[in-house]
Design a protein around this ligand. Sequence first.
Ligand SMILES: [Zn+2]
Length: 680
Amino acid sequence: MNRPITATLALLACLALDARAGFYPLDFTISAQALKEACAAAQAKAEGRLQALAGETAPDFRKAFTAFGEIMGDLDDETAAPIFLGQVSPDKAVRDAGTDCDTAVSKYAVDVYSRAGLFKVLKAAADRGELLEGEDARLFEKVLLDFKRSGLDLPDAEREKLKELRQKIVSLSNDFSKEVAETGDFALFTEAQMAGTPEDMRKRLDQVDGKYKVTLDYPDYFPFVENAKDPEARRILEGKFNLRGGQKNKARLKEVLALRVEAAKLLGYKTHAHFVLEERMAKTPEAVMAFLDGLRRKLYLKGRPELKDLLALKAAEEGPRSDGVLHAWDWRYYHEKLMRTRYQVDQQKIKEYFPTDLVVEQMLAIYQELLGLKFRDLGPMGAWHPDVKVYEISDSRTGVVLARFFMDLYPREGKYKHAAAFTLIQGRVLPDGSYQKPLSAMVANFDKPTAEKPSLLQHGDVETLFHEFGHIMHQTLTRARYRRFSGTAVARDFVECPSQMFENWVWDEGILQRMSGHYADRAQKLPQDMIRRMLAARLVDAGLKYLRQNFFATYDMTLNIAGASDTTELYARLMPEVSLIPMSPGVIPEASFTHEMGYDAGYYGYLWSEVFAQDAFSRFEGDGILNEETGRDFRRWVLEPGGSREESVSLKGFLGREPNDEAFLRELGIGTPGAKPAKK
Ligand SMILES: [Zn+2]
């Protein structure tokens, strides 16, 4: 390692301090070469320990299950900085080495769960029939299940078969996504057909023979169908958009669905949906279908009048030519028109009231007040870039230090391009009985300040900030005993729930005023009439929006429960029934439904977690949006346990009753008979 000796000494001192404070010492100044070595060394160490574990002759819970978790946890910790640097290091060589490390460790982890020797030791420990309780019992059950789901309980030939099926599925899924991504189709439109589209769009489009070339990429497709006045032009583009993937992908989808059924049956599950849902909060396909069905009926109450409104707009615009149907190429256009004419929410104007530094400062203050925490700014201490800040989290009452987080908010060459919360070090009990304090990082890409204007946030960015920081809280406030359940290691249909709940704070009038201040004069808060219009616009066409989500979820679930003799026919039947909008003739929309490859039997999760997020939020609505006791309750019931018990139990504990969809529907203005409005 080539580093000046004084810098090395300073760094070592810093790392030693970290270790004494109970934090895992992460080295972000590592060179590409050292990173490669550290990554390989961590794997070699894990491999040695796993082999020793597989040779264990008298295994029990502690020697097998706890030890296995410790080995994998140490591997995570030792590769945390190397892998994360792959996303954020200013040095390209380090980023490349970090990405390689990520790939290698992911592959290695998959391989570990296919080891028969390891599974044998775990089973031998299980056969001892020790009396286990609480988190121990759950760890025991979940780890065995992880191995069983990998096929380790099957005879050799069947296990090989399962492996083969899964490889085929992965390869078909990749081809499916590639086919969609590589669609090169486009439409050529005349100046007249472009009427209504944004000027900046027309300026940047290529022209062919005096016509505009509009591709099917999102930055072309959405502004076009949202704004182009000519219904025939919209119809042409929507038709092409929903032919992406074509017959080839339709055939791939059919094959994947059949392979999934075969794999599920091998493992003893009735359907692929049963296999997937076993590990989710929803538990069974029947529960998901009942959830979607019940919600759909109530959403019609909002969706149908919205549809009527949009149809009235269409009749007014098209006159006698209108066929009285809101088509797939119409709804985005009339929704935009409604927003423009009736609500006039000017995002650019609103943005002037949200300087990034002010919003971040207030967001941190709000989270501290709400959850009973204190954040101490430690500056850029030991981070990977001078822009990064480190904060230490402690409990505001006891002063006990709980965790730390990094904030890396501005774009840089080569940095991760989206907003996300990364777990670096998971909280867990170490072999010496002490608690390893979590470390997380929030990464975003907000505009940097310029000479004329400070960095400003769109309201949508403010929402993203609250959402991602919700993940940081979920990750860092954990008190889970085991890594398997630490922080956001919860069921996949629950993981977004806390963050979705925290989004509600940016839709509260008082909070919006508190967080805002015009960049030219910070004393000027976001004007009340702007706030009112924002709040009113939030729910415009929400009934149709959620019915559309409900349709995708129903379609996905039906495919993975019962299959379909013809996937397009099923789409054409369910779409108008659930979303209230007919499928266009001649299209094959499922051929570009990429969610089906990776989020299969999981689309319902968006709605599911949102419904329970609103339910959890209803307690804050009742108790006060900044009520610290309620915030501390949320910490105790939901954030601290992570996945160490059933998510529904945590939610029920926080709410003091069974969770339900009433708050979600009330928010949409759909009353449920007998439902109490939240007290204000
Ligand atoms: Zn999220």
